[in-house]
Design a protein around this ligand. Structure first.
Ligand code: ATP
Ligand code: MG
Length: 295
């Protein structure tokens, strides 16, 4: 039986593409060079990438043009709000990058300061589906003014009273004299698929890919810690190490009073963690990234 190739929809260029290609690379996917602007073939897996605009990814997966897709939750749920055809899409895995928030914002010193103030007003947004749903659930009836981009200029030019737009740092809002007052939706990149079972060989490739993505995501915040600790303070050191259950303790040549501790930490290691380790007597503390993980 011939092995069918899995087609994965990815953004051609942009924030999702950056994170998506990085994830695929870390998951060991090697892309062949090719002139094709739409399809990129993987050399070492039965996998092809279809490179399209992120807005098109949910419908490409829903219609079967692609088997899986990497897209922002904002785009996924907005598309689902607009088109009932997309109801059989599901999230296979949250990918932990392209994190952003869809926020309502209005002129800093204007009349709109809360969600309630939007009653009977207009909101410019590229996400009318998500925005209207959020407001409707709170009993607010506002007019949606759909815009493809540069939403932040809408209040200044009189196109709408407020906006609802993606925000990460808030610098764009500030530069346009706007203040965010409500978060409508929190988003990150996700791997999507149709709910139905696929061809067994495609499912097999998908399982492998999901497992590798999980490994990459887990290894991102997992660190390997090495340190020396006073023999009689190991328990205190252990209590400070985030997300470790069984560190390895090894002797240090020529020192009875000191041991070497090696531990895998599954939670983020902050500077404050190192300072607390030092305070309980740890010395020569090294924090190292983990490249790959498999349970
Ligand atoms: P396309 O040409 O594919 O339509 P685009 O302009 O719609 O591109 P990008 O700006 O690359 O898309 O954003 C793609 C996705 O990245 C967004 O839908 C969102 O999920 C996420 N994103 C957007 N802005 C930010 C941000 N400031 N920080 C992190 N992620 C973001
Ligand atoms: Mg887009």
């Amino acid at each position: 039986m011939s092995v069918q190739r899995l087609t994965l929809a990815c953004q051609k260029k942009g924030r999702l593409a950056d994170g998506g290609f990085d994830l695929l690379k870390r998951a060991g996917v090697k892309l062949a060079y090719g002139r094709d602007q739409l399809l990129r073939r993987a050399e070492n897996l039965p996998l092809d990438l279809m490179l399209i605009r992120d807005d098109d990814i949910p419908s490409f997966v829903a219609t079967g043009a692609c088997d899986y897709g990497i897209v922002g939750e904002n785009e996924l749920y907005e598309s689902m709000e607009r088109s009932p055809r997309l109801a059989d899409l599901e999230v296979a895995l949250k990918l932990g990058f392209a994190r952003c928030r869809l926020k309502l914002a209005a002129p800093v010193d204007g009349e709109i300061q809360t969600v309630e103030d939007l009653q009977g007003r207009s909101v410019a947004t590229s996400y009318p589906g998500l925005t209207e749903k959020y407001l409707r659930e709170r009993g607010i009836d506002a007019e949606m003014v759909e815009m493809g981009g540069s939403v932040e200029v809408a209040p200044r030019v009189g196109v709408a009273d407020a906006i609802c737009d993606l925000v990460s740092t808030g610098a764009t809002l500030e530069a346009n004299g706007l203040r965010a007052f409500e978060t409508v939706f929190e988003s990150e990149a996700v791997l999507i698929r149709r709910k139905e079972a696929l061809d067994p060989s495609i499912d097999e490739t998908a399982d492998l890919l999901v497992q590798r993505f999980e490994g990459v995501i887990a290894s991102r915040q997992t660190k390997y810690i090495l340190l020396n600790a006073p023999t009689d303070r190991i328990e205190e050191v252990r209590a400070v190490l985030p997300g470790t259950d069984a560190p390895t303790v090894a002797p240090v040549v020529g020192r009875d009073d000191v041991v070497a501790v090696h531990a895998v930490c599954t939670e983020e290691v902050f500077w404050s963690t190192l300072e607390r380790l030092k305070a309980v007597g740890a010395r020569s503390i090294l924090v190292m990234p983990i490249e790959k993980m498999m349970a």
